[in-house]
Structure formats: structure tokens, C-alpha cells
Design a protein around this ligand. Structure first.
Ligand code: GLA
Length: 676
């Protein structure tokens, strides 16, 4: 059904969706007609409407004002613009908060949020849930069959973590479902330690106001619970709108590298993964992290197209310094998303707001109006997005997968008491992903529950916490012929955050063919020399392991220090597969060399080998065609790309053969017959 719903959306917008958040409730009626006229000029075919409009829709409890929304929906429809209608539940109105202050989330330090921002709700609050369900139902009753409606956008950027009474009650219910009885909970949380044993369920609370250290299993479960509590809010609203009509997609917008919601659990509940992404234009290579996010979002629903729901046309307003996107960068970033599987290019927001916190946030229609650089770029991109219609619905194939797991992330970063407590999971993952991006490999992102059979290589970055099913999946992947490239401090604890028995790395000792006697985090400034079998040397720092080979062999050993002669990189045959394990933090070049060498040895295909790093090359395909995206991230020099078989550049409509020249910050999208 999901695929049919997404197909319906594609048909509705005629290919890729193009548009943004539209907030007409912040503007006088006189502006609406101009909005719609300019939207048409810009090629907008979809707008997200009403995202924070609860106070305008229900100005007093039980009093509804839908007249303005009726008018806007009609106007959009008359002009051929479809609506992605939002439930407004990310912004509970002042009257609700005034009547029921307990809806406001209490933070970990015990302080309660005040009114004045958004996302000011405790997801476990029954009052919040009741009122959110009510406004959702009212909207669905009224608009489910409005001809403008093309998609539902449930709430916005689910995220609050709350430590309220209601959260404690919800946490207890969640724990009862998970563990059944207190004895099992006590066991799972190792509560004999520091005498934290619970003898009644009413003693179990959310882990608030900790005096420094806190039971790490309890925190881990609280993270899981919070993600699930938010998900329950989404599902409740989704089910309401679906009960009226089930042939249009229902989504919510996720965030970039967002730690508080396990998107692997969320994605199956919605029709498409939808991403809000704001790469910082001040960071010269922020597009590499974007590429990872785009691959993740495509992978969240098993390779299906995803939706780029929000991005900025230029500067944002959330950081201390908000620099502009230079000419051409907005287009390039948008095409980059499409090249990695997005079926939409959407922005926050259509018209720049005059007041409020985001008054300097860029928009499709900036304060300077249609005679502006931004609007010209927006209108040009709208035209190009139209030309890319054939790409909609197509997919990508990859032979390399990178494991990205929220439980592992929480394990490494939420808890104190590790051998070192400054892990950055995102940085670690990016260290592993960057060389794959630089060498133009197509990459999928996987969870421990994904089907690993399409891949030749599985990259496992610092997977500290992996549950038994995950361990079995990784192990089986290698046993049946895959190559696993794993980095240190992996397979250490079980799903309850308890150290696995029989020596480190309990979960993967047989897999890596070595036992680790002790983890040796480096002292500040400490560096080591590592020597490879071919005599090359490299430096390493940050982490070492006192590793004892069992079935594994050393690919590299320490050339100095107390661990001199001991393995720093291990290779092991396992079943019909191979495992390479990094027991230290190698300098990036040396790490890249080993990783890319393993990909080549495993026979991973790479059609773009040798092309410059700053030329991003990806392929989307359908049954008959492939769409070759060539994106030049360099602002100075053009790149000439030998094409092989000929095709048509969708952006120019011109035949492409021989060699294509991709200008600085430019792009080509070549459509051609799919190779046999
Ligand atoms: C988020 C929100 C939007 C807006 C933008 C600003 O993605 O969903 O409402 O605040 O950030 O960049």
C-alpha cells in the first residue's frame, strides 16, 4: 500500500515534489494571491500547510476556525498546487498550556519548559494526547477529501524528552511490557550494584536529576522509551487520519543525525522517510555528511525514494553565525538529495516571516521579494526539478553497507563510565563513510535488522552495544562470505548494557579471531607508530587494545610503546568470509587505504574509480534506464567525465556522449539505457 500511496503522490505532482512550508496564517489575505502566483512562477507543486497553526485553527478550546484554511486550500487547488497538510500538534496553544501546565515538559534537571518556543509538550501527557487527537480528527473530518490534499504531514520534528510524572507512568508501563516482572527488570538493570533493587513498580521512575552518575541500563531504556513514546504520538495521529482515507501518504519530518528517536523503528510506520536538513554553508565539506544522511534516508525504507521535506534556500537563523549559501550551492545540494534517492525538493519556508524567531531565516520568497538572487535561483531550480520528473520513483543499488544504529549510539554517548567518555558516534561513522564517498562507492546504511544479503562488505563503526540478534546477523554475514570491516570497542555489551562474558569483545571474539585483554585508551597527546606487513608505517592515537591473536593474523602491528609487536589491525578468515578489525584509531589516510583495499579485494564494483573526489557521482535506475548524476562540488574548475555509452542530459535536454564537462558547482544528469 505504501508504494501505491507514493506512486499516487508522484502522479499527483507529475514527478518530483517541489515547494515548502507555507504559513498563510501569519499573513493577511491580500498576500495569498501573490503567494500563489509566485509559487506557480517558481514551479511549486506541493506546500506543507498548517505546521504550527493550532492556535489559528482552535483559538479557544472547542472553538474552531477553519474558514481561512478552507480558503487557502481552495486557492491552492484552483492553481494546481497540492497540499501536504500538517497536524499542528508541535505547537500546543497558549490556552492549553495555561489550563494544563503539566503538558509542558520537565527537563532532566527538574526545570519545567516555559511557554514561548514550540515542541513544548510531554509526549506521555494524556491531556496533550487527547487534545492532539481531537484537533487531528477535526482536520481529518474536514479535509480528508479536499481535492487539494495530497499527503498528511503529522506534527513536526518529534523530539522532546520529558521527565514529568506522566513520563514516569509511561516508562513503567513500557518497562512492564518489556520485562514482565520486577525480578527481570532488576536483573536487566543490574540493580544489585549500589543497592538499587526495586521492590515495587511504583518505585521506578524516569532517570531525572541525576547526581552525576546514573544506572546505565536505566538510561538506555529511558532513551528507548522516549523514542517509543514519541512514536506512539505519531501513530495515534496517523491512525486517525488514516481512518478517514487510506490512499494518500502519511509522513512526519525527521532530523539530521537526531539522537532521540530511533528512526529504524519509526520508518516502517510511515509511507516515506522525510528529512529536514540544514548543512552549514560555513563548513566547506558539509555535503559529505549530507550524503550520508541521504543514504540513510533512502535505506530507512529499504531503498525506496524518500522526501527532502525541509532545507534552506540560503542562511538559517538557528546558529550564532548564519552565513548564506553561495550562488549555485542551493541547487547543488538539492540535486545531491535527488541523486541519492529523494523524490522531492522542499524548503522551510515559502515566504520569509516578518517577525518571530526565524525572521532572518531564508525562504523561497525572501524579504527582498521576487527580484532577488534567491527567488531567481528558486524559480530556476523549480524548472529543473520539473525536467527531472523521469527520475521520480527510481532507486539505487549498493554493494557496501554501513551499520548505523541508535542503540549503539546511545550506548557510546549517553552514559558515563566507559574506558573513555568522549566518543562521538557521528564522527566515527563519518570517518568510515568519508572514504567511501570520496571514492564514489554507492553505499546503503543498515541496522542490525536489515537484510544484509545484497552486500559484499559491511562496515561496522565502533559498535559498542549490539544485541544478540545483531551479533548473529553480523556473524552470519561473514560466515556466508561477506567481508566485515569493524572498528574498535565493538561487541562489548549486550542490549542491557552488561559486559559480555569470556573476555572482550564478547560478541565478536570468534569473528575477529582475537581476544582483547584490556582496552588501553591513549593518554592525552599519546601517539603510536603502526607498521604494516609491507613495511609502510602510519600513526595512530586515541585508543589501543591489548589484543591477543587467536585465529586472526596481524595486518599491522605497533612499532613502539608497551604494545610493540602486538596487532593493531587484525584480519581473520571466518566461514567463507573475511573480517578486518581496527584495534586503534589509525590516521585517516592509512585507514582509508585499508578500507578501500578491502572493498577492491571483495570485488565491489566501482564505475567511477579515478574521478576527482569533489565530483560526486551516483546512479539511480529503473527497469529500462539509469540516471547518472554528476555533481561538481568545486567552485573553481570544471571536470571532464568520459561517459561510455551515450544518453541525454535531462537538465539541458541535449544529447550527451563522449565526454561531459561539468562546470564549477555545476551538475549533469544523464539518462541512458541501463547497461545489460
Ligand atoms: C526545522 C523546523 C522548521 C524551521 C526550520 C528552521 O526544520 O521544522 O519549522 O524551524 O527548522 O531551519
Amino acid at each position: 500500500m505504501t508504494d501505491a500511496r507514493m506512486r499516487a503522490l508522484r502522479d499527483r505532482v507529475g514527478g518530483l515534489a517541489y515547494g515548502g512550508d507555507y504559513n498563510p496564517e501569519q499573513w493577511d489575505r491580500s498576500v495569498w494571491r501573490e503567494d500563489v502566483r509566485l509559487m506557480r512562477e517558481a514551479g511549486v507543486n506541493l506546500v506543507s500547510l498548517g505546521v504550527f497553526a493550532w492556535a489559528s485553527l482552535e483559538p479557544e478550546p472547542g472553538t474552531y476556525e477553519f474558514g481561512w484554511l478552507d480558503e487557502v486550500m481552495d486557492l491552492l487547488h484552483e492553481n494546481g498546487i497540492a497540499v501536504n497538510l500538517a497536524t499542528p500538534t508541535a505547537a500546543p496553544p497558549a490556552w492549553l498550556i495555561h489550563r494544563h501546565p503539566e503538558v509542558l515538559p520537565v527537563m532532566a534537571d527538574g526545570e519545567r519548559f516555559g511557554f514561548g518556543n514550540r515542541l513544548h509538550y510531554d509526549p506521555s501527557s494524556p491531556i496533550y494526547r487527547e487534545h492532539a487527537a481531537n484537533i487531528t480528527r477535526r482536520l481529518a473530518e474536514r479535509y480528508s477529501f479536499h481535492p487539494a490534499l495530497a499527503m498528511w504531514h503529522i506534527s513536526n520534528e518529534y523530539g522532546p524528552t520529558a521527565y514529568n510524572e506522566a513520563a514516569s507512568a509511561g516508562f513503567r508501563r513500557w518497562l512492564r511490557r518489556r520485562y514482565g516482572d520486577l525480578e527481570t527488570l532488576n536483573e536487566a538493570w543490574t540493580t544489585r550494584f549500589w543497592g538499587q533493587v526495586y521492590t515495587g513498580w511504583d518505585q521506578v521512575e524516569v532517570p531525572s536529576v541525576p547526581r552525576t552518575w546514573m544506572n546505565p541500563s536505566r538510561i538506555l531504556d529511558f532513551k528507548r522509551f522516549t523514542s517509543d513514546a514519541l512514536l506512539e504520538c505519531f501513530v495515534a495521529e496517523r491512525d486517525i487520519v488514516r481512518s478517514f482515507r487510506d490512499d494518500i501518504p502519511i509522513v512526519t519530518n525527521f532530523m539530521r543525525f537526531y539522537r532521540n528517536a530511533d528512526y529504524w523503528r519509526w520508518a516502517p510506520e510511515e509511507d516515506a522517510a522525510a528529512l529536514d536538513i540544514y548543512p552549514d554553508p560555513a563548513e566547506p565539506d558539509s555535503h559529505v555528511a549530507s550524503a550520508f544522511q541521504f543514504d540513510l534516508f533512502r535505506s530507512l525504507k529499504g531503498g525506496r525514494p524518500w522526501l527532502l521535506m525541509e532545507q534552506a534556500t540560503s542562511a538559517v537563523s538557528q546558529w550564532r553565525l548564519n552565513v548564506v549559501k553561495e550562488p549555485g550551492r542551493m541547487r547543488l545540494g538539492s540535486l545531491q538529495a535527488v541523486s541519492r534517492g529523494a523524490d522531492s525538493v522542499m524548503f522551510f519556508q515559502w515566504r520569509a516571516g516578518r517577525g518571530g524567531h526565524e525572521r532572518f531565516h531564508s525562504a523561497m520568497l525572501p524579504h527582498s521579494g521576487p527580484e532577488s538572487r534567491t527567488f531567481r535561483e528558486v524559480a530556476n531550480l523549480g524548472r529543473e526539478v520539473g525536467l527531472l520528473a523521469p527520475v521520480a520513483g527510481t532507486t539505487t543499488r549498493a554493494e557496501v553497507a554501513v551499520l548505523f544504529d541508535w542503540n549503539g549510539w546511545w550506548g557510546l554517548e549517553e552514559l558515563w563510565g566507559l574506558p573513555r567518555n568522549d566518543f562521538s558516534y557521528v564522527e566515527t561513522v563519518m570517518r568510515h563513510y568519508r572514504p567511501l564517498w570520496e571514492h564514489h562507492y554507492a553505499v546503503d546504511v543498515v541496522s542490525t535488522r536489515s537484510d544484509l544479503s545484497p552486500y559484499k562488505v559491511l562496515v561496522v563503526p565502533n559498535a559498542y552495544l549490539v544485541d544478540d540478534e545483531g551479533v548473529a546477523a553480523v556473524t552470519e554475514f561473514a560466515r556466508s562470505g561477506g567481508t566485515v570491516v569493524m572498528s574498535f570497542f565493538s561487541g562489548v555489551v549486550d542490549e542491557c548494557n552488561r559486559v559480555r562474558p569470556d573476555g572482550y569483545p564478547g560478541a565478536f571474539r570468534r569473528l575477529i579471531g582475537a581476544k582483547i585483554d584490556e582496552y588501553w585508551p591513549a593518554r592525552p597527546g599519546e601517539r603510536f607508530t603502526v607498521e604494516f606487513a609491507d613495511g609502510r608505517t602510519a600513526t595512530a592515537d586515541w585508543w589501543r587494545e591489548d589484543i591477543h591473536l587467536e585465529t586472526g593474523t596481524a595486518l599491522a602491528t605497533y612499532a613502539d610503546g608497551l604494545l610493540k609487536g602486538r596487532a593493531a589491525v587484525v584480519a581473520n578468515r571466518f566461514g567463507t568470509g573475511r573480517v578486518v578489525y581496527f584495534a586503534t584509531l589509525l590516521e585517516q589516510d592509512a585507514f582509508d587505504r585499508v578500507l578501500i583495499g578491502e572493498l577492491r579485494a571483495a570485488g565491489v564494483g566501482n564505475r567511477f574509480d579515478g574521478l576527482p573526489t569533489h565530483l560526486e557521482c551516483t546512479v539511480r535506475e529503473d527497469e529500462g534506464h539509469e540516471y547518472l548524476f554528476l555533481l561538481n562540488h568545486d567552485a573553481e574548475a570544471a571536470v571532464a567525465v568520459p561517459l561510455g555509452s551515450p544518453g541525454t542530459d535531462l537538465l539541458t535536454g541535449l544529447p550527451a556522449s563522449g565526454e561531459v564537462s561539468v562546470p564549477p558547482l555545476g551538475a549533469a544528469v544523464v539518462r541512458r539505457a541501463r547497461p545489460a
